[in-house]
Design a binder for this molecule. Structure first.
Ligand SMILES: [Zn+2]
Length: 239
């Protein structure tokens, strides 16, 4: 039996002499593995379909639990991501985060659409902000949404001296004093990337780096997953 699905390549691993095993994020079927035979041979017709970040309509042969790529029609290869190391790592964060929060066979259409649109935004513009927006949405869809409107303890506006508590994903004022110290620049970058009102003067470049560090720590705390690309991208931004 054959199935047709819109899917994004999350991860690839070489196997056999010329083959790759793909981890696909499918719009219709969630996360699935599929063998791509012969794709490491030079000039292989389906070589493109076994590249990271490839977004295509795949036709898969299904035999029990196993899938094999029969054909693929490219929707978007997001090639600009391969020409810039920052964009490449940020995109790898999108696929790594998706991989970490998805369980086999669970369909998550919204996360899929967000991942694809984040990769498109990264090609066209600021990859760090596109990553933070995607990260916030992925956390929310996984039940770990952040709260950054006002102090989660007393409702006071968040000002200098604010704190962030990794255990519940909330910001607190200096009086309530829960969690560890955080900065206004982090808070305003998060608000900006979540599409909320923010203070443009406070949302500087160091806020982007700090926001990513905070999200990465929070993600690790909640999911126990470690996304290698996140550490690499943060190191690159901080250099
Ligand atoms: Zn408070």
């Amino acid at each position: 039996m054959e199935i047709k699905t819109d899917a994004l390549v999350l991860r690839t691993a070489d196997y056999g002499e010329n083959d790759k095993m793909l981890t696909l994020f499918s719009l219709q079927y969630g996360k699935i593995s599929a063998a791509a035979k012969g794709v490491r041979k030079p000039g292989a017709k389906l070589r493109f379909a076994a590249q990271p970040f490839c977004f295509a309509e795949y036709v898969l042969a299904e035999k029990g639990e196993r899938h094999t790529v029969v054909s693929a029609a490219l929707t978007d290869g997001f090639y600009a991501l391969r020409e810039d190391i920052g964009k490449f790592y940020a995109a790898a964060c999108v696929t790594g985060i998706s991989d970490a929060v998805l369980y086999g066979g669970i369909v998550n259409e919204e996360l899929f659409l967000r991942a694809v649109s984040a990769l498109g935004e990264m090609c066209r513009g600021n990859e760090a902000e596109a990553l933070i927006s995607f990260f916030l949405k992925a956390l929310e869809l996984s039940g770990y949404g952040l709260s950054f409107g006002a102090c989660a303890g007393c409702g006071a506006p968040l000002a200098e001296g604010l704190r962030f508590d990794l255990s519940d994903g909330s910001f607190y004022c200096g009086e309530c004093a829960r969690g560890a110290g955080a900065s206004l620049s982090t808070l305003n970058v998060l608000r900006k990337c979540a599409g909320q009102p923010y203070d443009a003067e406070a949302a500087g470049k160091d806020g982007v780096l700090r926001a990513l560090r905070l999200l990465s720590a929070y993600f690790g705390e909640k999911t126990g997953a470690r996304v290698k690309a996140l550490g690499e991208y943060i190191a690159l931004l901080g250099a």
